[in-house]
Ligand binder design. Structure first.
Ligand code: G1P
Length: 289
């Protein structure tokens, strides 16, 4: 069955970016001149997953506004002959139809995904966590669609992480059944390095069957006292089949300041106009160290 809908949880508080996130949602942090949520929505639509379900919460109206049409701004840019900017602004508003669902209590990622139950219905769906952004030849969520079409079962994105950082992720125990494809036996959310079954981490992209909602609905709070998506996947790995694909590309964790900086530097270096200027600047400041 085709994957048409993408759930993007955008209700988190962004504590690592306080005090900025007191007044501005972390999903609107810039990735060059666009907010990070723009890149994540584009990843979904660019992979043919065109219907977006945003899970929002208190203080997130600006995220919804971003995808709305701004007639006044568009008129002003048109009258001023600023066609390039007009194209950018109009593109962002018309790139996609966004439905938003409020998560009224902060009960964790699993709970946020469960909020999309009615909007998704009985069909497979994608989940994209906007803290994770990728630079890859093929959009990350698009890479997952191949094994999903072949197996018709849950597929999640994996990447190797250093053992010292496994406590930040959902970590898998699995068997490699073909190059870069794992059949997952179990998953553990945020294990200590001693308890981690591997150093293959879930990195924020998932293709899930509608049964996920039933499982999420039956879960008790897990790590951090929250309903964890990883716990639902762990249950599903026991009851059915869950696969992991080690995806190609560089991941940036926009949820912390260092990841935000590296993402912006790498995207700027890859940009035709900014790249040469940034390289010259970096060469200049290297002399200062
Ligand atoms: C979430 C998931 C975790 C996953 C991570 C990827 O954690 O719970 O399993 O590995 O995203 O970024 P969070 O970063 O929201 O704490």
């Amino acid at each position: 069955m085709r994957v048409r809908k993408a759930v993007i949880p955008a209700a988190g508080m962004g504590t690592r970016f306080l005090p900025l996130t007191k007044a501005s949602p972390k999903e609107l942090l810039p990735l060059l001149n666009r907010p990070v949520i723009h890149a994540v929505v584009e990843e979904a639509t660019g992979s043919g997953v065109g219907s977006i379900i945003l899970i929002t919460g208190m203080g997130k109206n600006a995220v919804e506004d971003y995808f709305d049409i701004s007639p006044h701004l568009e008129r002003t840019l048109k009258e001023a002959g600023k066609d390039d900017l007009l194209r950018e602004v109009a593109g962002a508003s018309r790139m996609v139809d966004v439905v938003s669902v409020r998560q009224k209590e902060q009960k964790g990622l699993g709970h946020a995904v469960l909020c999309a139950r009615e909007a998704v219905g009985e069909e497979p769906f994608a989940v994209l966590l906007p803290d994770d952004v990728f630079q890859s030849k093929r959009p990350c969520i698009g890479q997952l669609l191949d094994p999903f079409e072949r197996f018709g079962k849950t597929v999640i994105a994996l990447q190797e992480v250093p053992t010292s950082t496994v406590h930040r992720y959902g970590i898998i125990d699995g068997e490699e059944i073909e190059p870069n494809v794992y059949r997952i036996k179990r998953l553990v959310e945020k294990p200590s390095p001693e308890d981690a079954p591997s150093n293959l981490a879930a990195v924020g992209r998932y293709i899930l069957p509608p049964e996920t909602f039933r499982v999420l609905d039956s879960l008790e709070p897990g790590a951090g006292g929250e309903i964890q998506l990883t716990d639902a996947l762990d249950r599903m790995a026991g009851e059915s089949e869950v696969y992991g694909l080690v995806i190609e590309g560089t991941r940036h964790d926009m949820g912390n300041i260092m990841g935000f900086l590296t993402a912006n530097i790498e995207f700027a270096l890859a940009d035709e106009e900014l790249g040469p200027m940034l390289r010259a600047y970096l060469a200049r400041i290297e002399g200062r160290q």
